[in-house]
Every structure is written in C-alpha cells, then in structure tokens.
Design a protein around this ligand. Structure first.
Ligand SMILES: [Mg+2]
Length: 266
C-alpha cells in the first residue's frame, strides 16, 4: 500500500528530472517524504558520477540539499563488491580514466593491459571507448575462465538528440565476440535496494522503487521483494508496462501524480 511507504528509492533521469531540469512535483514529493519522517535515496546506474558529484549537481541544477550517502550509483556498487571479493587482486577494467582513478582511489588494483594473474574483468560505461580497448577486453575474457562483471545493463542513455550506447550495449559487443555474459552489479541487482534498506533501517514493506525503465528500475525492486512504481516521463510506455515481465505495482503519468496519490491516501 502506498500509504505505508517511508523509503523512496528514486531513479534520476526520466523519473524526477531530465538533464538539469527537475520535473514538476519532485520538490513537493521530496518535502512530503521529509514531513512523514521518511527518506529518499537516489539509485542510479550512471557510473561516471560519484556521490559528491551528485550532491553538487542537485544543489546547482535543482537547488536541492542532499548528502552523498543518499546516492547509490552502479560505480559505488562495483567498488563495494570488488573490495569485498577482489581486494589485493588484479582487476582488468574497461572504463573511463576517471572511473579507473576512482577504483584506484578505493585501494583496488586495476589494469587496462593484458597481463598475467588477472582475477576478473569489470566493464563500465566508457565515453573514451576505442576498438583497441575492446580487443584487449576480448583477449582477457578469451584467455582465461575468470569472472566477468559489468556496472549496468542499460543499453542506452539519453542525450540532447536522443540516445547513445551505454554499458549494456558495449557488453553486447563483448558477448557477441566472446560468448561471455557479465554479471551486472548495479540495478537490477537486488543488492542495490537491500543496501538502501540496511542504511536507512526501513523494511521492504515500507520501501518503494520509483523509475522509468522496466528492465533496470522496476526489475530491481521486484528482485529485492519491494513494491515498484513506474512513471511515464522517461523510457517506459503504458503498453510496455502492461506486457513486460517486470510489471510495476503502481503506474503514474509523472512524479506529480504519484505525489497527489500519496497525499490523498489516509
Ligand atoms: Mg531513468
């Protein structure tokens, strides 16, 4: 039931905002959550921005005050996972220079070269992608039966003129060439929702995932056993939501409609 919800896990792009524009109703919904003693987290598959980057962006673009702990990015999920399972081991990474820098800053041993003793492969969104990087990644994936991880399965990300390839599309090329399929660490992995519940102390019944993409946002909530809400201001359409294997519990045209529905409930 919507009236039970205290912990709101929001996707950002296409859900509460687009680019630098906050959707109508987002600000009202966030103050409603504060009023009821709830908590908002932002779960995003964008691995190119850190929590600190998002705090600055929310202040600058939306005039919203946040703390970095409210942002759970696929990059953060990758860092936590690799620290737990591959500390001190060599990790081959396909990603931007700044993403590699962030992994190194977290004490991880990363390389972009085909070397001996590589323990796993991590692929991420890479705006600096070259054919040479793809070749090296294929070589590592083909030479040894080591685990293959990726930050997020999103096929595309929105831009000024439409869409450009995201991590899932890059992984599609690697899979086509090597037959290897990655395990994704960002949404829809249930750990994303679980971490937010652990950090905030709210139960699955008190939690709602709100997003615009069915196979990442809505699937993430379903995988974690929490209710989900789709808004039609981004990717998903009502037709897709009705026929998708990832069926949301609640559907609204936009975030403002979700806010009014919450306000109306006793
Ligand atoms: Mg989105």
């Amino acid at each position: 039931m919507l009236s039970q919800k205290k912990l709101f896990l929001f996707d950002i792009d296409g859900t509460i905002a687009v680019g630098d524009t906050l959707y109508e109703g987002s600000r009202e919904l966030l103050s409603y959550i504060e009023q009821i003693g709830g908590k908002a987290y932002y779960i995003t598959n964008n691995s190119t921005k850190s929590g600190e980057d998002y705090v600055k962006k929310f202040k600058r673009s939306f005039g919203l005050d946040t703390v970095k702990e409210q942002f759970v990015t696929s990059g953060l999920m990758a860092v936590l996972f690799l620290k737990e399972h591959f500390a001190g081991k060599k990790i081959f990474v396909l990603g931007t220079a700044s993403f590699l820098q962030e992994l190194r800053g977290n004490g991880l041993l990363v390389t972009e070269e085909v070397e001996k003793d590589i323990s796993c492969v991590l692929a991420a969104y890479d705006s600096e992608l070259t054919y040479d990087k793809l070749v090296r990644t294929c070589q590592v994936l083909s030479s040894a039966d080591i685990p293959f991880y990726a930050t997020n399965p999103d096929l595309c990300c929105p831009c000024d003129f439409g869409f450009i390839p995201d991590c899932g599309a890059i992984c599609g090329m690697l899979t086509a060439a090597t037959g290897r399929t990655p395990v994704y660490l960002g949404k829809p992995a249930k750990e994303v929702c679980r971490m937010c519940m652990e950090l905030s102390g709210f139960s699955p019944e008190e939690t709602l995932v709100v997003g615009d993409r069915l196979y990442t946002d809505i699937a993430c909530g379903i995988n974690a056993g929490v209710e989900t809400c789709v808004v039609y201001t981004g990717e998903a359409t009502p037709e897709e939501a009705a026929s998708s294997p990832y069926r949301p519990d609640y559907c609204f045209p936009d975030i403002a409609a979700l806010f009014w529905a919450l306000r109306k409930e006793p």
